[in-house]
Ligand binder design. Structure first.
Ligand code: HEM
Length: 65
């Protein structure tokens, strides 16, 4: 998993800035540093979210995520 700092760089400067394929455009000119930090918290929230189906599977104890 990429660190928050790396996600920050990808959003601010684009994927090419850390030598990934250049598909992700830079948003540094559009978003403040606080807005980028908020986006990273928002993206991370998806990892903590569970769909109803996943939540029911949790009772079986076989889901790592
Ligand atoms: C504010 C809006 C956006 C945010 C917060 C965002 C965020 C991100 C992040 C965090 C990654 C890295 C994912 C990873 O590999 O761990 C990523 C990758 C990528 N994004 Fe965005 N993105 C946004 C908008 C866009 C837009 C508008 C495009 C296309 C026009 C785009 C295209 C891509 C592509 C193609 C990648 C893969 C880059 C690569 O690995 O080469 N993104 N994005």
């Amino acid at each position: 998993m990429r660190s928050d700092a790396v996600l920050f760089l990808i959003i601010q400067n684009g994927s090419a800035s850390i030598e990934l394929p250049p598909g992700m455009p830079a948003f540094g000119g559009l978003l403040t540093e606080d807005q980028i930090a908020s986006l990273i918290r928002y993206i991370r929230d998806f990892c903590r979210s569970k769909s109803r189906i996943d939540a029911s599977r949790d009772t079986a104890g076989d889901q790592e995520w």
